[in-house]
Design a binder for this molecule. Structure first.
Ligand SMILES: Nc1ncnc2c1ncn2[C@@H]1O[C@H](COP(=O)(O)OP(=O)(O)O)[C@@H](O)[C@H]1O
Ligand SMILES: [Mg+2]
Length: 370
């Protein structure tokens, strides 16, 4: 389906022609926490989502993403803290009163109802009249690229199509906030990429706020206005994808977002970090005083493979793979740590070749560590 195949009138009827006011908070989470017995699934989290914003909760399994989503939609009550939607306290409001749509990983379609009846279901509950129901069901199906599928049964659809029906069933009652929990993780890679584009387009066209959950950093980077990186029930960092990549605040964030080489040490006078493998230059932006413990984070695009040298960051090439635009080199440092470097396609390289890790002095990012 082409993204341009939508009837503009339908899109206008969706948004009422009003762009969301980004200065308005759609969602405010204040000191929210959730305990299950001794387990603190969510540990006093503060989070603001602007109207029309696309926010992704990213983090490893067990970091509290689903718990936070369930508290936002009201499926689970919090142990403490506050939740405001459109500025109103909804901490303990029943799910139906929250004007929120939810799409889970398992599509949860009614198997005995047709696609059209599945999508119309929320409108039937809301007692919308027949003509409006038919019109809005068709518009929602068109929005997700399933025009003409209303009479099919869920069992006659692929996994990707069922996920689209689940999305249409949520879009049909035009919630101003949509929550999606690992919704694409059951789909194969190509289909996942198509669905990512579709959801981005729907976000643009409807102006709906989204809170999207994934454990896949690439998915989070491509989809989001901002990423809320979670770790052990807490927010590690809440930033734009660009800022998370360029200026991670913790070693966890640097490791979770993108490939990185992390060199630990202590700041010394003269703008160097003393590491176990010798002194290395500190990034230009680092103003930490001498004696500060920390780490320099270098991304693959910062690094180059230089000639062998006896001291410093010398090592050997362990593996080389052709990667299309460049070669991916696994380089083993003297301390046995492996680093990923990109090398030009024309560079002659082989396993066992000695070399050294090089970068522009001043490049990289410094993270203070206690
Ligand atoms: N219903 C529950 N009962 C007990 N512990 C739970 C329950 N739901 C989640 N947890 C625990 O809370 C933590 C966070 O879980 P969850 O929010 O599902 O993480 P994520 O979605 O990031 O994988 C985990 O340690 C998990 O085992
Ligand atoms: Mg989860």
């Amino acid at each position: 389906m082409s993204p341009d195949s939508h009837n503009k009138d339908q899109i206008n009827c969706w948004t009422s022609g009003l762009a969301p006011d980004p200065s308005a908070h759609k969602l405010q989470v204040q000191g929210l926490y959730k305990a299950y017995g001794q387990t603190l699934a969510l540990d006093r989290v503060d989070l603001h989502v602007a109207a029309g914003e696309f926010v992704t909760l990213l983090g490893p399994s067990g970091s509290g993403k689903s718990t936070l989503l369930q508290l936002i939609c009201g499926l689970t009550p919090p142990s403490g803290g506050k939740l405001l939607i459109d500025g109103r306290d909804q901490t303990f409001a029943p799910p139906a009163q929250r004007d929120i749509g939810v799409v889970f990983q398992n599509y949860a379609l009614f198997p005995h109802l047709s696609v059209g009846e599945n999508v119309a279901f929320p409108l039937r509950i809301r007692k919308v009249d027949r003509a409006a129901m038919a019109r809005r069901t068709e518009a929602a199906l068109e929005m997700v690229g399933l025009h003409g599928y209303a009479a099919r049964m869920p069992a006659e659809l692929s996994g990707g199509q069922q996920q689209r029906v689940a999305l249409a069933r949520c879009l049909v009652y035009r919630p101003s906030l949509i929550l999606m929990d690992e919704s694409f993780s059951a789909l194969d890679r190509n289909l996942r990429l198509v669905m990512q584009d579709e959801v981005r387009r729907i976000h643009r066209e409807t102006g709906t706020s989204f809170v999207f959950v994934t454990h896949d950093q690439e998915e989070a980077m491509t989809m989001s206005d901002r990423i809320c990186l979670m770790n052990q029930g807490r927010i590690e960092q809440f930033d734009t994808p660009r800022a998370l990549y360029a200026t991670p605040r913790t070693v966890f964030a640097a490791n979770f977002i993108g490939a990185s080489t992390i060199l630990h040490g202590v700041v010394r006078a003269g703008g160097v970090l003393a590491t176990a493998m010798g002194d290395i230059p500190l990034p230009h932006a680092c103003s930490a005083p001498a004696g500060t413990k920390g780490a320099v984070v270098l991304r693959p695009e910062n690094l180059a493979l230089g000639p062998a040298q006896d001291s410093g960051l010398g090592g050997t090439v362990q593996d080389v793979t052709f990667n299309g635009p460049d070669q991916r080199v696994v380089f083993r440092l003297r301390n046995d740590e492996c680093v990923i470097i990109r090398a030009p396609v024309g560079m002659a390289l082989h396993a066992g070749q000695p070399g050294s890790l090089q970068w522009e002095p001043g490049d990289g990012h410094f993270i203070p560590c206690s």
